[in-house]
Design a protein around this ligand. Structure first.
Ligand code: SAM
Length: 287
């Protein structure tokens, strides 16, 4: 099995969608990763790998935290994201970042690193245990891997309720039934601590810990924007896209359904904030 389909998806349709809603991701996810860095500060002067770095904003934040004597490297399988990362590093005039294109599951990750970090990246890896093993092998002995993943669906209604709404209206086409490119396993694939800790242990990590983090996340500056966000991003967006013409035909009906679902998250100022829940997972390469 190769990752061609997933890599193509992240370089094309998913890159376009994430770019459209970049401001929501960059601000919303940064609020969560700041909490991670407060609890697990990247050591000054260290060498850190940001796994599945997307737009690179987190890598840049790490670069600032570790200072000039450290190096923050961002890796992503999609060259379009890496281009954006390089532009960002240039804008920020940073000389302690590196960005490169690689498939985290099979390619050399140019270690050894003191630490690896992944914010909402590992849930999309097609063969996560290969990825986890490769990440561990890229770490120095005793190196720490910190990852942020979504907890269970029900604790993340901004994704789950939207998905349920779309499922009631649009016929679901599985990845096996379509030639369309897709994102890989999906946002809740790392939500189960037993499964994830077994996987980390099986590939050689030790001292595995899970910390729950709940917060409200902004999913739109108004109701319309939140509906478009739900229509495009996450499982709801994937169901519509994979359903092809039928998905497009039913879009109006879906929009009405989503408005009912999302209206309950509206604040007095019209912005939309939904509860979210993540795991901060830490694990160590044996010394
Ligand atoms: C949801 S995005 C998260 C991006 C970023 N970490 C953030 O927090 O904004 C997941 C990222 O993982 C990358 N990705 C998926 N599979 C990958 C693989 N096998 N190797 C490297 N990167 C991968 C995607 O291209 C995408 O940029």
């Amino acid at each position: 099995m190769t990752n061609e389909v997933v890599i193509e998806a992240w370089n094309t349709v998913l890159f376009d969608k994430f770019t459209r809603f970049k401001y929501l991701f960059v601000e919303g996810y940064a609020a969560i990763s700041e909490q991670v860095f407060e609890r697990h500060p990247p050591p000054v002067g260290s060498k850190i790998l940001d796994v599945g770095c997307g737009f690179g904003d987190c890598t840049v934040r790490i670069a600032k935290l570790i200072g000039d004597k450290g190096i923050a490297s961002g890796v992503d399988c999609a060259s379009n994201f890496i281009q954006q990362c390089n532009l960002l590093a240039e804008q920020e005039a940073l000389n302690n970042t590196k960005f490169f294109v690689a498939d985290i599951e099979v390619d050399d990750l140019s270690g050894p690193y003191d630490q690896a970090f992944a914010r909402f990246g590992t849930m999309f890896f097609n063969m996560p245990s290969l990825a986890m093993k490769n990440i561990r092998l890229s770490l120095k002995p005793g190196g720490k891997f910190t990852q942020v993943v979504w907890r269970k669906r029900e604790a993340n209604p901004w994704l789950h309720d939207a998905e349920m709404c779309v499922r009631n209206i649009v016929p679901v086409v599985s990845h096996d039934e379509t030639d369309a490119v897709h994102c890989g396993p999906g946002p809740f694939s790392m939500a189960g601590p037993d499964m994830v800790s077994d996987m980390l242990k099986a590939v050689g990590f030790e001292r595995i810990q899970f910390e729950r983090f709940d917060s409200e996340i902004c999913i739109g500056r108004n109701l319309d924007e939140a509906i478009q966000f739900a229509l495009e991003i996450g499982p709801a967006g994937e169901i519509i896209r994979l359903a092809g013409e039928e998905g497009q035909r039913l879009k109006g009906q879906v929009e009405k359904g989503l408005a009912d679902v999302i209206a309950k998250f509206e604040r007095n100022d019209g912005t939309i904030w939904a509860p979210s829940s993540a795991w901060f997972i830490t694990a160590f390469n044996p010394s």
